[in-house]
Design a protein around this ligand. Sequence first.
Ligand code: PNS
Length: 170
Amino acid sequence: MMTSEHKQRVAVYPGSFDPVTYGHLDIIRRSAKQFDHLIVAVLNNTSKNPLFTLEERKEILTEVTADLPNVSIDGFRDLLVRFMKSRNADVIIRGIRSVTDFEYELQMASTNHHLDNEIDTIFMMTNPKYSYLSSSIVKEIAKFQGSVHELVPPEVEQRLLAKYSTPPGE
Ligand code: PNS
């Protein structure tokens, strides 16, 4: 029998997002269409020495997803599966750009499933337009005053310009 109540399908798109690129944004937009609610979860990774603070990364993500009503932004510093339990989510979204991403992603998906067998990972193929794109590449270009205009939203471009306003070595 059909009931009017259906369990909200909540997915989590985790990552460092240091900073968010058009590649990430493409995955956010497409996966938000598949779920009732998408939580973009920013890892507070103390070991990675990020360029942007957790607060900055969350603020940027909030700005660039402002037109997506079923997307929210959150931070976590715990095991991903534990964070997901706390948000009643059981699906992880990850983007795959190439076969080189695959091995690491398979390892991570299998680990998360081992830690909690109610959690599944769904992969989305990144738009081929952005298959070479990564946050590290964007930071590298910006550091040397190159244009990242076509790679990141204006909100990110502006902040990168501010961070790297003095050329390296000066
Ligand atoms: O954007 P990234 O850096 O590729 O994202 C990696 C992320 C944040 C998804 C991953 O490092 C993670 O989930 N870390 C939280 C710790 C955890 O749960 N580790 C176990 C899974 S390997």
